[in-house]
Design a binder for this molecule. Structure first.
Ligand code: GP9
Ligand code: MN
Length: 637
């Protein structure tokens, strides 16, 4: 019996098998970028370290059968977590966090997309689990251990030493990894998927406790910051130009700026939107960035209605849908506006119902308001053309002035479209996602054109202003190879990646006559102050982080949710500072050398970076602490 026990025990075998599998998955199934040999080493080491940590617990079970049971279930659970993350990653290019788990209803609604996200070869992920399962049942005697106390303590100590070694390497490779933690991919690359989940759970509990302990004392500091760094007394020339007009806002699903004034197979992708870029009544902002996080469409809505940043983890619509806000619908409501959202999806998606209430919205026309059938829907639901057509009657029944937002749906991943609806051919590359994106974008472009034409025939047109905005990117970095082919570039650099976060923003003011293409750096955070200015509405004690896009006195940068930013001169991404005009990194070597230096004074991007971190932090504080509940927003008359 003892002689038999000199064989390699199952917890070591399992560590090896599962660890190796995770490494292979990291390397070949998740598209993680490896920048240097050190990162490669850490990526190789961390799967073994983190699974050893768990499997080594088994040595504490006295009964052999318990040991075996623990190992086989652990192998299964770890693998399942890996698999779930993989499926999630294929859709969102991101890892699962606790808040996203509570978005189960979204997952269920994914329907057709989820099937396209699972690959037949994913089954291979479970091969070692089956082997471990078999060994644990059949070779219990040979593969279990009966350590003395010292042996058990040694195994435990070993797992912590390995973990410490892993963290040490990670900290060397990426200083302040844990304190900043903006970038989930970095965390996973450095400490492994499972430790990342533990980190996430700890973070989540920390943020939960923040609301409980907040008492409003935090507000003056934030108000000061906003007064000094964000707000401006200067009013732009367009102030009040749209007073009392209706606002018709179109949130265009997944439309990115790279399709505007561009072609595929020799055909224009978005002929209607292109025509607007030259229209005399239209301003087109060509350097307008989406700033969303994991909450996609809902995050873009959050930015637009509040001019606050969404959260770095989870969708704020879900996690803080019950907070107090001073949303655009609420402010406009006080000015006599009637506010509504039209979107042919169910009201629980992204917790819209709950959040719209908190934002002070009067009415949501969701799925039940539409006639949806097999023929008029595709992918996520009602097609955009019938959606706009059916919306007309509701729009015409609104009491004026109104603020109504339309959220389109057809141009959503996986970009399915019926033959009869596609006017242009797909692109030809190794990414079906990118290939099919063009025909669906064109379909939405046509749907918006039809909608405009219907409005022009009605008497609403002259009394309204129109916004068309892309909600967030549709093509993730997973498709960079195909994207570089389309854009005719050798590769998509980190700089290009930031540039791909531009989405179109159109402001159409019938009869205005002074429209032009604007190249100022702007973003979704700016929409609320811009609209309020156009409508001539004062919201003086409001707390927000954006600027009127037409004012000359703006902050001068747009912060992305991961801490990257774009300013007039620079683009900062993954800790590297680029010259915005040339796209070249600035003082890259010196920057490396100073990565540890907190003041970071040699890095041209450092001063803005610091401000960006501060600003994102303040916005988070407002949300986590639910601090707006301590404000009194009603204007005193
Ligand atoms: C769902 C629609 C799409 O209602 O807003 O959501 P997305 O996946 O883009 O956030
Ligand atoms: Mn969307």
């Amino acid at each position: 019996m003892n002689a038999k026990r000199t064989k390699v025990p199952l917890y070591i075998i399992a560590t090896f098998l599962v660890g190796l599998k995770i490494y292979i998955a990291y390397r070949f199934m998740f598209s993680m970028e490896i920048e240097n040999p050190m990162q490669e080493l850490i990526l190789f080491v961390n799967p073994f370290v983190s699974v050893f940590l768990v499997f080594a617990i088994s040595v504490w079970f006295k009964k052999q059968s318990r040991q075996m049971k623990f190992i086989r279930y652990t192998a299964f659970i770890l693998t399942f977590i890996l698999f779930a993350n993989l499926v999630f990653y294929r859709s969102f290019n991101d890892f699962i966090t606790i808040p996203t788990l509570f978005q189960g209803s979204n997952m269920a609604d994914l329907g057709s997309s989820i099937l396209t996200l699972i690959q037949p070869y994913d089954i291979l992920l479970f091969v070692d689990v089956i082997l471990i399962w078999y060994l644990s049942k059949k070779k219990e005697d040979v593969l279990s251990v009966g350590y003395q106390r010292s042996g058990k303590v040694f195994a435990l100590a070993m797992s912590f030493v390995l973990l410490a070694g892993n963290f040490f390497l990670a900290e060397m490779e990426r200083p302040q990894l844990f304190t900043r933690g903006f970038d989930r991919e970095y965390l996973v690359k450095n400490i492994g998927l499972f430790n990342f989940h533990i980190y996430d759970i700890v973070m989540q509990s920390k943020t939960e406790s923040q609301r409980v302990f907040a008492d409003g004392n935090e507000l003056p500091e934030i108000q000061n910051y906003i007064d000094e760094n964000v707000k401006s007394d200067e009013k732009s020339d367009l102030h009040g130009i749209a007073e009392d007009r209706n606002v018709i806002f179109i949130s265009a699903e997944s439309i990115q700026s790279f399709v505007i004034n561009n072609e595929v197979n020799g055909e224009e992708v978005t002929p209607f939107l292109n025509s607007l870029t030259e229209d005399e009544d239209t301003y087109y902002f060509e350097n307008f960035y989406e700033q969303t996080g994991q909450g996609n469409t809902s995050d873009s809505e959050f930015l637009v209605e509040n001019s606050l940043y969404p959260l770095s983890r989870g969708a704020v619509f879900f996690t803080h849908g019950g907070n107090e806000y001073n949303g655009l619908p609420e402010i406009l409501g006080q000015e006599g506006y009637h506010t509504s959202v039209m979107h042919a999806n169910n009201k629980s998606f992204w917790n819209r119902e709950g959040m719209y209430n908190s934002l002070g919205l009067d009415k949501f026309y969701g799925e039940e308001a539409y006639e949806v059938s097999e023929e008029n829907s595709i992918g996520w639901g009602l097609k955009d053309k019938p959606f706009f057509e059916q919306s007309m009657k509701y729009l015409q029944s609104q009491e004026e002035p109104f603020y109504t937002k339309f959220i389109t749906l057809t141009n959503h991943f996986p970009f399915n479209l019926d033959e009869e609806d596609s006017s242009i051919e797909p692109f030809d590359s190794n990414s079906n996602t990118l290939n099919n994106y063009f025909p669906t974008v064109r379909y939405t472009d046509e749907a918006i054109e039809d909608f405009f034409n219907q409005l022009k025939e009605s008497d609403l047109y002259e009394d309204s202003i129109f916004v068309i905005m892309g909600d967030h990117i549709g093509i993730s970095a997973n498709h960079n190879k195909a994207m570089s082919q389309y854009l005719d570039k050798e590769e998509i650099t980190p700089y290009d990646q930031v540039q791909l976060q531009r989405v179109p923003f159109f402001l159409h003011i019938p009869g205005h006559g002074e429209g032009e293409v604007k190249s100022e750096v702007t973003g979704q955070i700016d929409v609320k102050p811009t609209l309020l200015n156009l409508l001539g509405v004062e919201a003086e004690n409001d707390l927000y982080f954006g600027n009127d896009m037409f004012s000359d006195d703006r902050k001068g940068y747009i912060a992305l949710r991961n801490g990257d930013f774009i300013s007039d001169e620079y683009i900062s991404t993954s800790g590297v500072c680029y010259d915005r005009q040339t796209g070249e990194p600035i003082e890259a070597e010196e920057e490396e050398a100073n990565a540890n230096n907190e003041s970071g004074s040699t890095n041209a991007c450092a001063p803005i970076s610091e401000q960006v971190d501060k600003e994102l932090g303040y916005s988070d504080d407002l949300i986590y602490g639910d601090l707006l509940r301590f404000m009194d927003f009603e204007e005193e008359e």
